[in-house]
Design a protein around this ligand. Structure first.
Ligand code: ASP
Length: 605
């Protein structure tokens, strides 16, 4: 019944329709047919006797041709078509004499018999083609024009597909999608809140959620044992290319699970998404402790697409009279394969200067070149014999042609600097294969982080993260130093050096949660005022639970080999947090301010 109905409807429609085909689907097999398409004029070309126009919609571009000899009036009309005019054209599909192999419709064109201008357009402020001359702000201001461009459109279509596949997978695993409120009160995830004044409760404010963390935990207490939501989160942070004040997470929580269950479920999600959007089978999901990641890569999100693991050198470089190494807490290096001859003194100088920029702040760079002819060139030849430098090579597995780069200083800083150098060399030496994806679970994060500036502990993940079971007694009874060594049941999924998601097993015991708030510097009253609802819920049979969230925008970007999330968001904000298209934020009317009981003088006009 249903089928017949649809067919009938389509047939009826044929007599009064905007288009019989879209701009991406006509092929040689359609030659001779009468068709109607509709779309935007991308480009026109007037060759005297013949006028051509490319029409675009989201499916592709089709060439129209108008013949002066056959229909002078139509041809004259076609010559007046401007870029981005919206048109409808009817005509006969013909084989093209000069074919365009780069275009799916490149073998055909439509010889137009009827042209209908549906709407005119001003000249667009930038070219609406794959490569555009529009700068970022201009593209954002006219985002509706930018989204007409295939690369941006493809990103948005990809995003839609990813969301649909996420729902399919999580549904197949028994997850329930639950919406949680946007007008809530502050949840501390380490960023500033966006706040919304309440008119009905004057002088009081809602906060927009930094994540639905507390709500999803409450849902576990409520018995929804597998929850998910593709949800907006709001964090008032300074912006970088991969940050937006509002961003989207695939947010999940599960009850009665061990870490293993969570890692398996979400490895499954990642595999499903790669397979069903990119058609790619992901390889292994190795696991590494946070401590190892920091020691071997100087980063809690190592990029495993290339090697260059750190080699710690204290043991064999100290005590030889080189005061810089002797004074350093850590001497550590990496080996770059096969660049000894290729990398000139100038390259070395460039690299050193790059490392010395304030963003990285290395004091200097020591390098040892193991030349193809067996000789060794180094910046520390005065202090170390060739024999000693050969021993270094052994420790690094370095061979003729390789270069060892060494940094030294305070351990944590030096590791971070060497991580930057490793990533930069990865880029400069083109060690990363396009289309390669290397996932990694990083586990066993510290529970707390001591902040010298504010003189207090911060939660490394968030305040609801559980310490490892074995560490609970130390957490309850230990001294200040002990707290620094507590490990959490927290994990991050990293792909290609980008943090795709993170989560933890949560505390589900009221006393332990109170202790954690206490360690984080909340007074009893503060904890009660801010989280009384959660602590209260924990008194009514909270099941053991845990979860995680994937950064949805970031996942889109990483899967497409891009570093900025902005082009995967239909309407993103710029680096000042502004929406250039609607020009927000903006001032509001005095009467609105009054109604909200806000001080009118604070408003910037
Ligand atoms: N709420 C956490 C976040 O936004 C994720 C989690 O722990 O599930 O990072």
């Amino acid at each position: 019944m249903y089928r017949t109905f649809v067919l009938t409807l389509k047939n009826t429609n044929r007599f009064n329709m905007y288009r019989s085909h879209n701009c991406g689907e006509l092929r040689v097999s359609d030659i001779g047919n009468k068709v109607t398409i509709a779309g935007w004029i991308q480009k026109g070309r007037d060759l005297g006797g013949l006028t051509f126009a490319d029409v675009r919609d989201r499916y592709g571009v089709t060439q129209l041709v108008f013949n002066m000899d056959e229909n002078a009036e139509l041809c004259t009309q076609a010559r007046k078509l401007g870029r981005e005019f919206v048109i409808q054209a009817t005509g006969i599909v013909r084989e093209r004499s000069s074919k365009n192999a780069n275009r799916a419709t490149g073998d055909i064109e439509i010889e137009v018999t009827e042209l209908n201008i549906l709407n005119e357009s001003k000249v667009p402020p930038f070219t609406i083609e794959d490569e555009t001359d529009g700068g970022d702000d201009l593209r954002m201001k006219y985002r509706y024009l930018d989204i007409r461009r295939a690369p941006v459109q493809n990103n948005i279509i990809f995003r839609s597909k990813l969301a649909i596949e996420t729902r399919k997978y999580l549904d197949s695993q028994g997850f329930i999608e639950v919406e949680t409120p946007f007008l809530i009160k502050s949840t501390p995830e380490g960023a500033r809140d966006f706040v919304v004044p309440s008119r009905l409760n004057q002088g009081q404010f809602y906060a927009l959620p930094q994540s639905p963390q507390t709500f999803k935990q409450i849902l576990m207490v409520a018995g929804i044992d597998k929850y998910f939501q593709i949800v907006k989160c709001f964090r008032d942070e300074d912006l970088r290319a991969d940050r937006q004040p509002e961003f989207t997470q695939i947010d999940c929580e599960m009850s009665f699970v061990h870490i293993e269950d969570i890692l398996n479920t979400f490895e499954g999600l990642a595999r499903h998404l790669f397979l069903h959007t990119l058609g790619l089978e992901l390889g292994d999901f190795p696991r590494m402790s946070y401590d190892d990641a920091m020691r071997i890569y100087g980063s809690d999100k190592p990029d495993l697409r290339f090697g260059m693991q750190f080699v710690e050198m204290n043991e064999f470089v100290k005590g030889k009279g080189f005061s810089i190494f002797d004074a350093a807490e850590l001497v550590v290096g990496i080996c770059a394969k096969g660049i000894a001859e290729k990398y000139s003194n100038k390259d070395m100088k460039d690299l050193t200067e790059w490392l010395q920029r304030p963003q990285i702040g290395a004091k200097g760079l020591v390098y040892i070149k193991y030349q193809e002819d067996g000789s060794i060139k180094s910046t520390v030849g005065k202090f170390y014999t060739d024999e000693e430098l050969k021993l270094w090579a052994e420790k690094f597995g370095a061979e003729k042609g390789d270069v060892i780069f060494v940094l030294s200083g305070e351990a944590e800083k030096t590791r971070k600097q060497l991580n930057e150098l490793r990533l930069e060399l990865g880029k400069r030496l083109e060690l990363i294969k396009p289309g390669d994806f290397k996932p990694l679970w990083v586990l066993d994060f510290p529970l707390l982080e001591w902040d010298e500036e504010s003189n207090r502990f911060h939660a490394m993940h968030h305040p609801f993260t559980s310490p490892k079971k074995a560490d609970i007694p130390r957490m309850l009874n230990g001294d200040h130093e002990t707290m620094k060594s507590l490990k959490a049941d927290a994990y991050d999924l990293v792909i290609n050096g980008a943090e795709i998601g993170g989560g933890s097993i949560r505390i589900h015991d009221r006393a332990l949660q109170s202790k954690n708030f206490d360690l984080l510097g909340f007074s009893k009253e503060e904890a009660e005022a801010q989280f009384g609802f959660l602590l209260g819920a924990f008194e009514y049979g909270a099941p053991p639970h845990g979860g995680l969230a994937f950064g949805f925008d970031r996942l889109c970007a990483v899967m497409n080999g891009q570093s900025s999330i902005r082009d995967f968001i239909a309407f993103p904000k710029n680096n000042q947090g502004r929406d250039m298209m609607i020009d927000a934020p903006s001032s509001i009317h005095d009467s609105q301010l009054k109604e909200l009981c806000l001080d009118i003088k604070t408003q910037k006009m």
